[in-house]
Design a protein around this ligand. Structure first.
Ligand SMILES: [Ca+2]
Ligand SMILES: [Ca+2]
Ligand SMILES: [Ca+2]
Ligand SMILES: [Ca+2]
Length: 213
């Protein structure tokens, strides 16, 4: 009986340790305003999260490999379906998007479109956008003066970038744009659909994303 208890305990530890992240990286923007802003990463909570401080973000710059966890979220909670925005500053983010970012960190959101993002949970990488060991310039995921966005119901991807789970504005797509709402190729703000949810195929973004599938 004691052996059985130990086995069950060990198995539950394995299952717990392998549990997927409830937070997912859903997009990144390298904005067109003076100074290359707004720079931001969008995340979504695909379940209620009691304590965000188990999570953190790193921006792995210029193909130099991981920069580690450059920002750790405070001990806030998040609810299922909530989008979270971490930006390099708040003034031009608000001017471009019309609302304030949830969190500001110059370093952790410091992309200029050829940089990768890592999401950490308890110090372990659980999702990634871009190849941390490759400078994105000229790569399929290059989002210079543009954006990258996750396809519905994909992710989290662990520590391996999955190019096929993303779509992109193309480099310089945001050149000259002053707001997201008036941009020709706007950042698909808050449109990601979690793996457990039903995709909203009738929406314009649902149709756009379907083209990438
Ligand atoms: Ca830029
Ligand atoms: Ca960095
Ligand atoms: Ca860079
Ligand atoms: Ca440009």
């Amino acid at each position: 009986m004691r052996h059985l208890v130990m086995v069950v305990l060990a198995l539950s530890l394995v299952v717990t340790g392998a549990s997927a992240s409830d937070l997912i990286i859903t997009g990144a923007i390298d904005g067109p305003l003076t100074g290359g802003i707004p720079k931001a990463v969008e995340l979504m909570a695909c379940a209620d999260i009691a304590d965000l401080s188990i999570y953190g973000i790193g921006c792995a710059n210029n193909g130099g490999g991981t920069d580690g966890e450059e920002f750790t979220f405070p001990a806030d909670s998040a609810v299922e379906g909530q989008f979270i925005y971490l930006a390099s500053e708040d003034v031009e983010f608000a001017n471009f998007f019309g609302f304030a970012p949830d969190y500001v960190d110059y370093t952790a959101a410091g992309t200029n479109g050829d940089d990768a993002f890592e999401l950490f949970m308890n110090g372990v990488v659980v999702d990634v956008l871009g190849d941390i060991n490759v400078d994105g310039t000229g790569e399929p995921w290059d989002y210079l003066d543009g954006w990258a966005y996750r396809l519905d119901q994909t992710g989290p991807d662990g520590d391996t970038f999955v190019l096929a789970n993303w779509f992109f504005s193309g480099a310089n797509a945001l050149d000259g744009e002053l707001t997201n709402a008036t941009a020709a190729v706007p950042f698909p703000l808050g449109t990601y659909v979690c793996p457990s949810a039903s995709p909203v195929e009738e929406s314009t973004w649902g149709m756009v994303k379907a083209l990438y599938r």
